[in-house]
Design a protein around this ligand. Structure first.
Ligand code: SF4
Length: 294
């Protein structure tokens, strides 16, 4: 553990994200170490070259390649960055329109695609209580709004590089699913000619690099939006008022946690049984990449 006493209060204003909220829900101590103390991942204290952590690096690389493809870099040039077996397979899946269900998307991104506007690397934020809530999207695809089509579809895409495909019910409960859809409704009107994007227009799609023909799709509606936003406001308020951040009682959550050596919950990754949480801990999102780099 660090020698100085840990800080116990969230500064005001604080920028919350799906990652920080999910960390808090999974383990308040992890939230404290990562976001209040801003401790670096203690890689030197963990066993080297662990499979799970290597996959995180591959996930990070894949997200960079997808971003650059969507910004218009040629796919054949980017393919040279696929320097591992996993990355090569994921890239083939991503660039195969028959598998992504997004025909020609990677090749044509950056252009208006038959009435579809693509926003890769989109950041949206909105006030929440005394703080802000921020999301960094892999891609938002928005149909043009026309008189004939006022309820244009807005689709959020998120690339997942996890080893196994989680159940849809589990993904539906993740903070990412709640935060990403809610923020597009709350803060996306500038993408839509100044008209708020209604929850009913929004769909979120998780596309799995290992399971390219099995995406998870989540529609949205006004009732769900109200429930989600109210719960997010309550969660942010709870964290703001918090004065102590206990370690989780569920030690399975520690198995792949990068702070495990700080908590004396093991120095090697993956001790114990594999759980669904850990299946997705190996993948990494654009939001997490930017939080890490920042
Ligand atoms: S090792 Fe366990 S207790 Fe410590 S921060 Fe990670 S999840 Fe929480």
């Amino acid at each position: 553990m660090p020698e100085q006493p840990l800080k116990t209060r969230v500064p005001t204003p604080f920028t919350f994200s799906q990652s920080s909220l999910q960390d808090y829900v999974d383990c308040a101590r992890r939230f404290q170490l990562r976001y209040i103390e801003q401790l670096q991942w203690p890689a030197v204290e963990t066993a080297p070259v662990l499979e799970n952590e290597r996959r995180q690096l591959e996930g990070q690389q894949f997200h960079r390649m997808a971003q650059q493809s969507l910004l218009g870099l040629p796919a054949d040039k980017l393919a040279k960055m696929a320097n591992t077996g996993n990355l090569s397979r994921w890239w083939q899946n991503f660039t195969n329109p028959d598998l992504t269900g997004l025909p020609g998307l990677a090749a044509k991104a950056g252009k208006n695609l038959s009435g579809l506007n693509l926003y890769p690397e989109l950041t949206l934020s909105a006030p929440i209580g005394q703080h802000r809530l921020l999301a960094k999207y892999d891609l938002v695809a928005l149909q043009n709004r026309t008189t004939a089509q006022p309820d244009n579809q807005a689709t959020i895409y998120d690339w997942k590089t996890s080893l196994k495909r989680p159940k849809n019910e589990w993904m539906a409960a993740r903070l990412q699913t709640k935060v990403y859809r809610a923020l597009l409704a709350e803060a996306g009107k500038h993408l839509n000619g100044g008209a708020p994007i209604q929850p009913e227009q929004i769909e979120m799609v998780y596309w799995y690099t290992e399971f390219p023909s099995e995406p998870a799709n989540f529609r949205y509606d006004n009732a769900q939006h109200k429930r989600d936003w109210d719960n997010l406001v309550k969660l942010v308020s709870e964290i703001s008022a918090k004065q102590s951040y206990p370690m989780t009682d569920d030690e399975k959550k520690c198995a792949y946690c990068l702070y495990r050596s700080y908590c004396e919950r093991g120095t090697r990754a993956g001790e114990g049984e594999e759980t669904e949480t850990e299946l997705t801990d190996a993948e990494i999102t654009l939001e997490q990449i930017q939080e890490i780099e920042f």
